[in-house]
Ligand binder design. Structure first.
Ligand code: FAD
Length: 322
């Protein structure tokens, strides 16, 4: 028996639903009879796409006047639940705003939150969530008991985003009750990090570097190789913590989850916290001078060698081809 109604909190940036939002809507389709979405700001402009991926209704909390979405969006969802028109379960992306909304909703509904979800299944009208724990070494299954909707915060790339060919979702205004001082903060500036290639979590090819590069200056090898492969440059936490590259490059448990067609790990040992963020990549290539490095356990192609010798050769070969 599936779930009657799931709401997905969807993020819309510059009029387009984020890939993670579409992943949640796509998967919700397989779990529930009805999938509806909650948006804010210019989110209603994505009603066509959200419908194509399976949403029938878009509840639009509307213009937030520069406020953070946490308080008003949580209040709007809680109001619908109290009025008896809310969902059986709420799915949120594991983003800053998704987590903020989930926490506030949890307080309002007096329900816990299940976070870091990597899979969701439905049985007997109840959702069960899977969580990667101990750096992804173990999978734990959890579910809600008691009255009230389940609140699930889901990691990016847990499900594929697949359109179902549905019609545009109907847009319905969802008024947020007054949230007083909790809604006082205003967004005064946004910084969009400059980048030339594709986004790390959406690239078909990701080339990541680790401590094996030896020094910050060697990261240019990773950037060159990524650019030649039309991919994105990633990193292990070791070199992010060392200040070689910004945090936005980090792949892993406390960084980004990536699922490219090709993932290249260069001078990365393969700690569980790194692998949890990349091990579902379609093809994994590892370059490491230690033949016993754990990364080789998940690699489809392993190159035992020095990154300072192997990567320049690869760059040379790719440049000769282009
Ligand atoms: C709570 C928590 C969260 C974490 N989250 C993350 C996360 O999100 N992402 C993440 O990456 N890590 C994370 N970590 C850190 C993780 O445990 C590892 O410390 C980190 O991934 C190691 O990075 P590394 O592989 O670059 O470095 P190392 O483990 O030092 O490995 C370097 C590798 O390079 C190889 N090497 C050395 N020289 C060369 C050479 N010349 N050529 C080829 N190979 C060479 C070595 O053989 C070695 O295998 C987390 C840790 C904790 C506790």
């Amino acid at each position: 028996m599936s779930i009657a109604k799931i709401w997905v909190v969807a993020e819309v940036v510059d009029g387009a639903a984020t890939t993670t939002s579409l992943e949640l809507v796509s998967h919700a389709r397989a779990l529930a009879d009805t999938v509806e979405v909650v948006v804010w700001g210019d989110g209603a402009s994505a009603a066509g796409t959200l419908g194509e991926y399976g949403a029938t209704t878009v509840y639009d909390v509307g213009d937030l006047g520069g406020a953070l979405p946490g308080a008003p969006v949580a209040a709007a969802i809680a109001a619908a639940v109290t009025a008896g028109t809310g969902p059986d379960d709420v799915l949120l992306p594991a983003t800053y705003d998704g987590r903020d909304i989930a926490g506030r909703l949890s307080v309002k509904l007096d329900r816990p939150v299940l976070t870091n979800v990597v899979d969701l299944t439905a049985a007997d009208g109840v959702l069960s969530s899977q969580h990667a724990i101990f750096g992804g070494a173990e999978i734990l299954t959890a579910r809600f008991t008691g009255e009230g909707p389940g609140i699930f915060v889901i990691r990016a790339k847990s499900f594929p985003a697949e359109p179902s060919g549905g019609a545009a979702a109907a847009v319905v205004a969802a008024t947020a009750p007054d949230t007083g001082a909790s809604n006082a903060a205003r967004i005064v500036a946004r910084h969009v990090e400059e980048r030339t290639g594709p986004k790390l979590d959406e690239a078909a090819v990701v080339v990541s570097g680790g401590r094996g590069l030896g020094e910050k200056e060697q990261y240019v090898l990773i950037e060159q190789l990524a650019a030649l492969l039309h991919g994105a440059a990633g990193a292990s936490r070791a070199i992010v913590d060392a200040g070689w590259v910004p945090y936005s490059h980090q792949v892993g448990q406390t960084g980004k989850t990536v699922k490219p067609t090709v993932y290249m790990a260069c001078g990365i040992s393969g700690a569980t916290q790194h692998m949890v963020g990349m091990k579902n990549s379609k093809n994994i290539i590892a370059i490491n001078k230690d033949q016993d490095a754990p990364i080789f356990q998940v690699a489809d192609l392993g190159i035992v060698g020095d990154v300072h010798k192997v990567i320049p050769k690869l760059i040379e070969a790719l440049q000769a081809r282009s």
